[in-house]
Design a protein around this ligand. Structure first.
Ligand code: HEC
Ligand code: HEC
Length: 246
């Protein structure tokens, strides 16, 4: 009896498979086959554009340039909706890799240097996404910040949302390579060295607000977050950092 059911199920699977193959090959332009009852989305997103949209969220581009590059966060940060037309692929790649030149004492947000942190593939996907006009892509949205669960919980989400994790590592453990910098890595935000140097909230806050340029690209520097991160989020970030290794 079990064998009979097994064979029947197998026959059905083969039939469905053949049908799928036939449909897939019979219609040259159709990329998605929506079977009745299946929750397959009816449109597919170009993988490079989708990758770029998710990278845009992961590297917190949207926290400075606005959701899908629509601007509106700070008068010092431009929207990105037109650069796909006005700049070449090579120019866009160079801006993402090298920034746009920072002053040694940043008083305003500057375009960070990403070259040592993002991969070739990610830069190229980001450019595809910008060129496509920064479309809405399912799932490419920043992590939600839990409310009513205390500042440390909110801060852990903000650490992802503002992209701190990309440079300072999970749990503030550091170790992200920054080969041209004096320390060769981006510093950790936990452990004895960090606690000793940054022994007051004020010192940490000052660093996050103003940033710190340690050299020209390709050196990765600490972005200037003043005017970008709202006051209550600083408190949450500080509370999160206090939960990390001492
Ligand atoms: C900390 C804030 C911040 C973050 C994060 C950030 N940018 Fe920028 N970006 C800026 C600022 C400020 C400028 C304008 C700099 C200037 O003109 O000197 C800029 C400029 C640009 C430009 C050139 C725009 C133009 O009109 O010429 C591009 C392209 C760009 N950013 C892409 C990105 C991408 C992609 C990411 C994510 C990988 C990103 N930015 C993350 C602040 C930021
Ligand atoms: C593009 C990479 C990058 C991102 C994103 C970034 N940082 Fe940094 N950060 C750095 C670098 C590089 C330094 C070292 C600066 C120096 O030595 O002057 C630094 C230094 C710091 C320091 C001082 C630690 C030390 O030992 O010098 C703190 C605190 C800090 N960052 C917090 C944050 C927070 C919080 C965020 C997210 C809101 C963040 N950083 C996002 C690159 C980054």
């Amino acid at each position: 009896m079990i064998a009979v059911i097994g064979a029947g199920a197998l026959a059905l699977l083969v039939a469905v498979g053949l049908l799928g193959w036939a449909v897939g090959h019979g219609t040259a332009k159709t990329t998605t086959i929506a079977l009745a009852g299946a929750s397959t989305p009816s449109t597919q997103v170009d993988p490079a554009i989708a990758g770029g949209a998710h990278d845009f969220v992961q590297f917190a581009c949207g926290q400075c340039h606005g959701d899908r590059g629509r601007g509106g966060v700070s008068p010092d940060v431009p929207a990105l909706t037109q650069v796909g037309k006005s700049l070449t692929t090579a120019q866009l790649k160079s801006i993402i890799d090298h920034g746009l030149g920072q002053s040694a004492n940043p008083k305003k947000p500057y375009m960070p240097v990403w070259g040592a942190v993002v991969s070739r593939r990610q830069v190229s996907d980001l450019v595809s996404y910008i060129r496509a006009g920064l479309p809405e892509v399912p799932g490419a949205v920043p992590i939600e910040v839990p409310s009513g669960q205390g500042p440390a919980v909110a801060g852990a989400a903000l650490y992802q949302r503002y992209g701190c994790v990309n440079c300072h590592g999970p749990n503030g453990l550091g170790g992200v390579p920054n080969p041209q910098s004096p320390d060769k890595t981006i510093p950790s935000l936990s452990g004895p060295d960090f606690r000793e140097e940054f022994n007051t909230d004020a010192k940490i806050l000052e660093m996050i607000r103003s940033g710190s340029v340690i050299g020209r690209a390709p050196i990765v520097s600490m972005p200037h977050w003043g005017g970008i991160i709202p006051a209550q989020d600083y408190k949450a970030l500080l509370a999160f950092l206090k939960t990390l290794k001492t």
